[in-house]
Design a binder for this molecule. Structure first.
Ligand SMILES: [Zn+2]
Length: 388
C-alpha cells in the first residue's frame, strides 16, 4: 500500500461541501473530488449532545490547536474518499455554511458573522492528510487498525466497514435510519442508538443466532434484506403477542435467544400479561429483568428473579431461638433432623453448618421475613432444593 502525506487548507477541503440533512451526512469536498462519507462510514455524530464536539473542532482551529491527521483513500480514477476524518471535515463544512455557532468573547457567532481576520484564520488553516492507495482489502484492514481520533468505532461500525456492500447499505437504510417511524417502538425492546448501529447489530444478532460476522460475510453482495427484516419483525411481534404491557426492564433483553427457545410454545396473552404485572410489583424480586424469561419458561427457574434472601441478623436471631428451644427439648436444632430416626436426631449444629430456608416457599406466597425463616442443616436445606 502506498501512502503520501499532503496538506490542504480548510477552504480547499470544504470547497463544494454539501450537507445532506435527511441522511445526516457530509457529502463532498475538494471541489467534488472528495467523497466525505463513503457507504461504510458512520453517520455524522458530532452534532449530537448539543453539538459540543463540532463546536470543539472550530474552537481548536481558532486556537490553532492541531486537529490530528486525516486519512483519505485514493481511488484508481483519482477521486478520494475519507477513511478517517469525516466527522472533523463535516464539522468544518457545516460551520462555513453557518449551520451552527461558536462562542467568541461571550457571544455566539456564526461563521459569516465573525470578524474577517477570524474567518481568514479558519479558511487558511491547513490540515495534514495521509492519502493511501491500495487494494480494497488492504485499505479496509488498515482502516480497522488505525488509531481513530475522537469517537472510537464500535464493533458493528467496524463490521460495516469491513463487509461494506449492497447488503450493508440496504440494511443501514432500515436499521440505522433515525427517521424510520418504527424506531421508537423498537426502542422498547432494543437497547442503544440507531446511529451507532446498535439496532442493526441486534437485528443481525437475532437472525444469525449470534453469528453476526459470518452472516454479514455470507450476505455481503445481496441487494435484499428480506430475511433480516422479517426475522426482526417476527421477534418484536412475538413479544407483543405475549406481553401486552411494556416495561423499561424489557429493553435490551436477549429477545432473539428467548424467541429461538420459546416461540413454538403457546401462551395466553392475558395470563402472561397479568403475571408479569404481579411479579413486577413483587418487592421480594431483586432482578426484575428476569421476570419475562421466568414466565416464558413456565415459572420454574426462580434463580432468574434473584428472590431476596434473609439477611445475616435475621438468620442469627432465628438460629439462636431455634437452638435454645431444641436444647430445652433435647432434640436437634434442625427441625428436619429432629423428625428423623438417625444419629442426627439430637444433633446441635453450628450456625455455619446451617442455611436459612423459607418455611413457605416464595413461589407459594411466602415472604422473606423473620416469621417465615427457619434454619436447616445444609443437607436438609439442599434436599429441599430450589423451591425457595
Ligand atoms: Zn437436618
Amino acid at each position: 500500500m502506498k501512502t503520501e502525506l499532503k496538506q490542504y487548507t480548510v477552504a480547499e477541503l470544504c470547497d463544494g461541501f454539501e450537507y445532506n440533512e435527511l441522511e445526516e451526512k457530509g457529502l463532498y469536498g475538494l471541489s467534488g473530488r472528495l467523497t466525505i462519507q463513503p457507504e461504510y462510514q458512520r453517520n455524522y455524530l458530532y452534532a449530537e449532545d448539543n453539538g459540543k464536539k463540532e463546536v470543539a473542532v472550530i474552537d481548536s482551529v481558532l486556537k490553532q490547536y492541531p486537529l490530528g491527521l486525516l486519512y483519505f483513500n485514493r481511488l484508481p480514477d483519482g477521486r478520494l474518499e475519507v477513511l478517517d476524518g469525516q466527522q472533523r471535515i463535516t464539522s468544518l463544512g457545516r460551520f462555513l455554511q453557518d449551520k451552527f455557532s461558536v462562542m467568541s468573547c461571550d457571544l455566539p457567532y456564526r461563521f459569516h458573522a465573525l470578524p474577517k481576520d477570524k474567518q481568514n484564520l479558519i479558511e487558511k488553516t491547513t490540515l495534514l492528510v495521509y492519502e493511501c492507495e491500495g487494494t480494497e482489502s488492504e485499505i479496509k484492514q488498515w482502516f480497522q487498525t488505525i488509531n481513530i481520533v475522537g469517537i472510537p468505532l464500535n464493533l458493528q461500525e467496524e463490521l460495516n466497514a469491513v463487509y461494506s456492500g449492497p447488503f450493508v447499505t440496504k440494511a443501514r437504510s432500515v436499521f440505522s435510519n433515525s427517521r424510520n417511524a418504527n424506531v421508537q417502538k423498537w426502542g422498547a425492546y432494543v437497547h442503544g442508538s440507531v446511529k451507532r448501529q446498535d439496532f442493526l447489530n441486534t437485528a443481525l444478532d437475532w437472525v444469525s443466532h449470534g453469528e453476526v460476522e459470518e452472516y454479514m460475510q455470507a450476505h455481503r453482495q445481496e441487494t435484499q434484506i428480506d430475511e433480516l427484516q422479517s426475522h426482526f419483525n417476527d421477534v418484536i411481534s412475538w413479544i407483543e403477542s405475549i406481553f401486552a404491557d411494556r416495561y423499561n426492564e424489557m429493553c435490551g433483553l436477549k429477545w432473539g435467544k428467548l424467541y429461538d427457545e420459546y416461540h413454538e410454545q403457546t401462551y395466553d396473552q392475558q395470563k402472561m400479561t397479568a403475571n408479569a404485572e404481579k411479579l413486577m410489583d413483587d418487592p421480594f424480586i431483586k432482578n426484575r429483568k428476569g421476570v419475562f424469561e421466568y414466565l416464558l419458561g413456565g415459572e420454574q427457574d426462580t434463580k432468574l428473579l434473584e428472590v431476596r434472601v434473609f439477611d445475616e441478623a435475621t438468620k442469627r436471631r432465628v438460629y439462636k431461638r431455634q437452638t435454645a428451644e431444641a436444647r430445652a427439648a433435647g432434640i436437634s436444632n434442625c427441625p428436619l433432623c429432629a423428625m428423623g430416626h438417625e444419629a442426627h436426631r439430637t444433633k446441635i449444629w453450628n450456625e455455619k453448618d446451617m442455611d436459612a430456608d423459607h418455611v413457605q416457599a416464595w413461589s407459594k406466597g411466602g415472604t422473606t421475613s423473620e416469621e417465615n425463616c427457619q434454619m436447616l442443616c445444609k443437607t436438609h436445606n439442599r434436599a429441599k432444593g430450589n423451591r425457595s
